[in-house]
Design a protein around this ligand. Structure first.
Ligand code: FRU
Length: 534
């Protein structure tokens, strides 16, 4: 039996009565595969801290997700990749594919640096009508539009190091050719000029691009993906400007799934995030195909944790879904995290939805529905009464590969994950100050960089106006993702416990009841044997 509520007897009783005995007999509580990580730590995908259900490269350095496009039943994920080291270096585009956004197949490197520069972030589209002339309508080209970063120019002290390039694939992303007249958008002496997000605007019937230029976004249109016209700029006087604007995205969403539609502009910024370093802000407004306008002057943030950066969304995802993936790190310490062989992972793919609370537009993000198929309930209880200031403890060997989900009253609540070497990760909702905090100062290894374990990360969560709050907490071997009220607020952070967390304490200053409480184990997405050079 893996779950043993220690100080609270009712859950033990219910557990044994309703589910426990039977399930233990059925042996459904077998130790999740991830627990065996310690037995052979050097095996690929079994290394210490290797995420078991988040995408990470087989080996070496990864940062931003790039070129996210759905085509013929396959989700393509390209990413900033340096194949020779576990720190940032000359950028390539790595490539992976998935049919469900959960299980991934590692593919060959898609784009290599060339004489025009390194391959920085960008996007991909399917040119169904062959507007570019680079394929045929029967075999439409997959087209990647990315930023070239010219190191020779940088070394020579030039400012105009970044330009936009195009590459195309006629075999569904397997092999790529660079467009021979690159760059398609040259540089007019702008220092930071990068990260093109291209999409087909079905309103204007034009290819449309957002890219960033230092402290603003620029919008372009094109008939053929090759010749681009600059239409407008947005942002100099809007949002956060503590750092350079990076990785834009723009798309429209229905408000609460109804008829009203708004456009969302996503902009990552580094530094200048609310909890330090890198973060991703968004603006809600309108876009007439040329110009983005917004009444919103202050930034709103996609995620209030420290580790969700450079996130963008899929082109052409089925059923009009807007699916987002972020890089689960922060430039403050991305190069220092204590992993060997590989460095960093992506967030879980998340569905974006737009809602309106007290007259304010807010973007929700929550794990895609397919994530459910990895879950196996290990403990469930309809009701867990909490007595004021009295702890309720759960013991479970596999918190670092689990989901904890329940509804709580809109009252004070603290959750502490810990292990027997005294690592502890503290989450706290304070209804009076309307704040939620994550304290990872003692969560495990933190000393690898001075900012990582410095502060408690406290965020305003004033849109939690419901009587009940839905908590969804997802822990992998080096991350926590937390979603409140179905993704109205999300918090994503890296953690490096010295041993897996085995204990959860729940405490409230008020009497209350947790409802529909479930601890689920999460299966590993990696096959038992992975070919090293897949
Ligand atoms: C964001 C970013 C992008 C750039 C890429 C380089 O993390 O700085 O602006 O294209 O990383 O790897």
């Amino acid at each position: 039996m893996k779950v043993l509520p220690k100080t609270y007897l009712l859950p033990v009783f219910l557990f044994l009565l309703n589910l426990g005995c039977q399930k233990v007999k059925d042996n459904e509580f077998s130790i999740p595969t991830a627990v065996s990580l310690t037995s052979n730590p050097d095996q690929l995908f079994k290394e210490p801290y290797r995420p078991q259900f988040h995408f990470s490269p087989q080996k070496k350095w990864m940062n931003d997700p790039n070129g996210m496009v759905f085509y013929k039943g396959v989700y393509h994920l390209f990413y900033q990749y340096y194949p020779d080291d576990i720190v940032w270096g000359p950028m390539h585009w790595g490539h992976a594919t998935s049919t469900d956004l959960i299980h991934w197949q590692h593919k060959k490197i898609a784009l290599f640096p060339d004489k025009l520069g390194l391959i920085f972030s960008g996007s991909a589209v399917i040119d169904y009508n062959n507007t570019s002339g680079l394929g045929t309508t029967e075999h439409p080209p997959m087209i990647a539009i990315f930023t070239y970063h010219n190191m020779a120019f940088e070394k020579a002290g030039k400012i105009n190091t970044q330009s936009q390039g195009l590459a195309y694939s006629l075999d569904e992303g397997e092999t790529w050719k660079k467009y021979e007249r690159n760059p398609i958008i040259g540089n007019t002496n702008k220092k930071d000029f990068r990260d093109p997000k291209v999409f087909w605007n079905s309103d204007t019937k034009l290819w449309t691009m957002a890219l960033v230029a230092g402290d603003r976004a620029e919008f372009y249109t094109s008939k053929n993906l090759i010749d681009w016209t600059k239409e407008s700029e947005f942002g100099k006087q809007y949002g956060a400007h503590g750092g350079v604007w990076e990785c834009p995205d723009i798309f429209k969403l229905k408000v609460n799934g109804n008829e009203e539609e708004k456009w969302i502009l996503i902009i990552s910024i580094n530094p200048g995030a609310p909890n330090g370093g890198s973060g991703t802000q968004y603006f809600v407004g309108d876009f007439d195909g040329k110009t983005f306008t917004s009444a919103q002057k202050e930034p709103k943030w996609i995620d209030f944790g420290t580790d969700n950066y450079a996130g963008v969304t899929y082109n052409d995802a089925p059923n009009n879904q807007r699916i987002f993936i972020g890089w689960m790190s922060n430039w403050l310490y991305a190069r220092n995290t204590p992993t060997k062989n590989w460095r960093s992972a992506m967030t879980l793919p998340r569905t974006l939805e737009l809602t309106k609370i007290n007259g304010e537009y807010l973007l929700k993000n929550k794990p895609v529905a397919a994530f459910k198929k990895l879950q196996k309930p290990a403990f469930t209880s309809n009701k867990i009464p909490l007595k004021a200031n009295q702890k309720t403890d759960f013991k479970y060997e596999a918190f670092n590969q689990s989901e904890i989900r329940f509804n709580a009253a809109n009252k004070d609540l603290q959750l502490v994950f810990s292990n027997d070497v005294k690592d502890s990760l503290v989450l706290h909702y304070n209804p009076k100050s309307k704040t939620f905090s994550i304290d990872r100062r003692k969560s495990g290894k933190v000393a690898f960089e001075k900012n990582f374990g410095k502060d408690i990360h406290k965020s305003n969560v004033s849109a939690l106006v419901t009587n009940q709050i839905d908590f969804q907490i997802i822990l992998d071997w080096s991350s926590i993702e937390l979603f409140l009220n179905d993704g109205l607020y999300s918090f994503t952070e890296q953690i490096f416990p010295q041993k897996p967390y085995t204990q959860l304490n729940i405490l409230s200053t008020e009497d209350q009841e947790l409802q529909d409480f479930t601890i689920s184990s999460i299966s590993s997405i990696w096959p038992k044997k992975i070919a090293k050079n897949e």
